[in-house]
Design a protein around this ligand. Sequence first.
Ligand code: SF4
Length: 282
Amino acid sequence: MGKELMSKLPKDNINKKEAEELKRALERFKVILRFSNIVLNTKNGKRMFNVVTKTWNPITGCTHLCRYCWAYKFVEMRLRKTSPKYRNGFKPALHEEEFNVKFNGGFVFVVDMGDMFCNGIPDRWIRKILNYIKKFPNTLFLLLTKNPIRYMDFLNEFPENVILGSTIETNRDNLYVKERISSAPLPSIRYKAMKEISWPMKFISIEPILDFDLEIFVKWIKDIEPFLIYVGYDNYNNRLPEPPVNKTLRLISILSEYALIIKRTIRPAWYERESITRYFYF
Ligand code: SF4
């Protein structure tokens, strides 16, 4: 991204389009600086592989039924029995007691135990959260959904300290359907919504990564203009249709020209690991 910005600076005469691009690049640079200042000034932030300093779950549950959802499994197999907060399992629920939590700086992931924009969450729950966030302007709040179309309904209400994020694991809708990955809106629908949304701090999570078409996927991400991207493989042995690791590394290398990349679990695809094991044992 720095290179992209610098290449535009030395020109004496720039046209309107170039001026617009330069303005946008500077805006993005300012966002990254702000993000870095807030996040790097925290204990966790110094470990850039995990910049989230806190999670906050005023809503839990989700209706998207992703086949790789660790939160669903954790809730249904353990928390439902042990925590009153999850007595209704993964059914969407609002937790009033969470509105006593105080924040002071850092980067807070809002609702990592569900999806606060899935169908089934009432607008008033979302508004309650957005209004609460407004009380902590020195903290950054990350919202993440697989239903970003719903962001459109709240564009005039988002506090300026929220990061609007969406998970887009692949560009391949057909793979998504064939492998029954999730009942969430298809990746292409999320892409179009995120591209359309005008917001200075956008985030894309490519996690768990699924196989993709390099050129198309890069174009999607560039069109969306996120300042921050997570990339990572599945951690829970779901045997998803993953890309080979070299392809993922290529994607990361290209995207790092445009945004801050946080590498999460990067490893050979499960079928690559199995073929390595076979090679050594037979
Ligand atoms: S959208 Fe997120 S919370 Fe909902 S089922 Fe999928 S992985 Fe789980």
